[in-house]
Design a protein around this ligand. Structure first.
Ligand SMILES: CCCCC/C=C\C/C=C\CCC/C=C/C(=O)SCCNC(=O)CCNC(=O)[C@H](O)C(C)(C)COP(=O)(O)OP(=O)(O)OC[C@H]1O[C@@H](n2cnc3c(N)ncnc32)[C@H](O)[C@@H]1OP(=O)(O)O
Length: 316
């Protein structure tokens, strides 16, 4: 019954409600869980025309979809450090949505076009010296990106080819699997407290889903950044690989995941993530207000200014 619904229904949410016995559309799964993953007739015709399609029109993000393998490669390319600006966050959400709606697409590998940085996290300049309305819009975009990525029905693999603090780490943690370059100069973690800010509850919940409560509590309070080896040790990253092989290893890992029937894996993923997603959906507006109030405080603005100044000092 669930499989039948998956094939015919527009939204994966509908079939998951049947599969999990959840009666209410609003309290069940997430809007981002959308199209079924079986190729439709039109998709097969589309496939014969081109094998690789370029998806994003933005110069900050490239998305290439290989129709033959069903795997898309999403590459962040926002120099100098792939910080997540309002524009990039919006592009990410749109791009992920398009992939979700493409019946040929079964998996996404997320990586960086930058040689040493996966992503520096949220663009701090979006959180400084701006009017409250801007903070609200920015935070809604952060939420939206998270809902699309964490709630994706596709197999998502992070090929972490550089440092990945805060929001960068969040994106990696949203994925189903994380591979990181074994370069000890790189680091990954939620370092928000070091900026004098607080990782919101859904950042925390995402991390707890990956590494458990104890490691999350210690990591968040201390704003810990882990080397690749340490990240594997605490379970934040699944595997380190030689730097030059990150992408190929991600492809090999993807092939392993794609051997599992989509409907079974998708329903399982939804069962694992639904509570966390529902938690944010239920509090989306209050979360935006909390962020806007918090970030507007003089003391927080001072902390961010000091952090950015320190970042600009020559490195020892
Ligand atoms: C009840 C109350 C509860 C309230 C809770 C409610 C809401 C929660 C409130 C807030 C939550 C906010 C969550 C925030 C999440 C984030 O992601 S914050 C961003 C954190 N990111 C960082 O700390 C990374 C900082 N950057 C670095 O560590 C390094 O830059 C690097 C990424 C390792 C790269 O190093 P390197 O290659 O040496 O490059 P530079 O350091 O020289 O940097 C180059 C230029 O880029 C600028 N820059 C770096 N990071 C950012 C960034 N994240 N945003 C904007 N700009 C960035 C850097 O300043 C350099 O600029 P200049 O060339 O000097 O102009």
């Amino acid at each position: 019954m669930a499989a039948l619904l998956l094939r015919t229904s527009r939204g994966l949410g509908a079939c998951l409600r049947v599969a999990t016995g959840c009666p209410s559309p609003s309290s069940c799964v997430v809007a981002a869980w959308s199209s079924a993953r079986w190729p439709r007739e039109g998709a097969v015709a589309w496939r014969t025309h081109a094998q690789v399609r370029h998806y994003s029109s933005s110069d900050k993000l490239s998305i290439d979809m290989d129709d033959k393998t069903g795997v898309a490669v999403l590459k962040l390319s926002n120099p100098p450090v792939n910080s997540l600006s309002l524009e990039l966050l919006t592009e990410l959400a749109i791009g992920l949505d398009k992939l979700e709606m493409n019946p040929s697409c079964r998996g996404v590998i997320m990586t960086s076009a930058h040689p040493h940085i996966f992503s520096a996290g949220l663009d701090v300049s979006e959180m400084m010296g701006k009017p409250t309305e801007h903070y609200r819009e920015f935070w809604r975009a952060v939420q939206e990106m998270w809902l699309k990525l964490y709630g994706s029905s596709l197999v998502t693999i992070a090929a972490i080819n550089g440092s990945s603090p805060a929001g960068g780490c969040l994106m990696a943690m949203c994925c189903d699997y994380r591979l990181m370059a074994d370069n000890p100069k790189y680091s990954i973690g939620l370092n928000e407290t070091k900026l004098g800010i607080v990782a919101p509850f859904w950042f925390r919940d995402t991390m707890m889903g990956v590494v458990g409560t104890r490691v999350t509590e210690r990591s968040l309070q201390l704003g810990l950044m882990y080397s690749p080896a340490e990240a594997v040790h605490v379970g934040l990253v699944d595997r380190t690989v030689p730097e030059e092989t990150v992408f190929e290893e991600a492809r090999t890992e993807m092939a392993r995941w794609l051997k599992i029937p989509d409907h079974a894996r998708q329903i399982t993923k939804s069962m694992m993530r639904k509570t966390t997603i529902d938690h944010l959906l239920a509090q989306r507006d209050s979360d935006i207000s909390n962020f806007a109030n918090f970030i507007s405080k003089d003391s927080i603005q001072k902390s961010l200014t000091a952090y950015m100044q320190a970042l600009r000092q020559p490195k020892k």
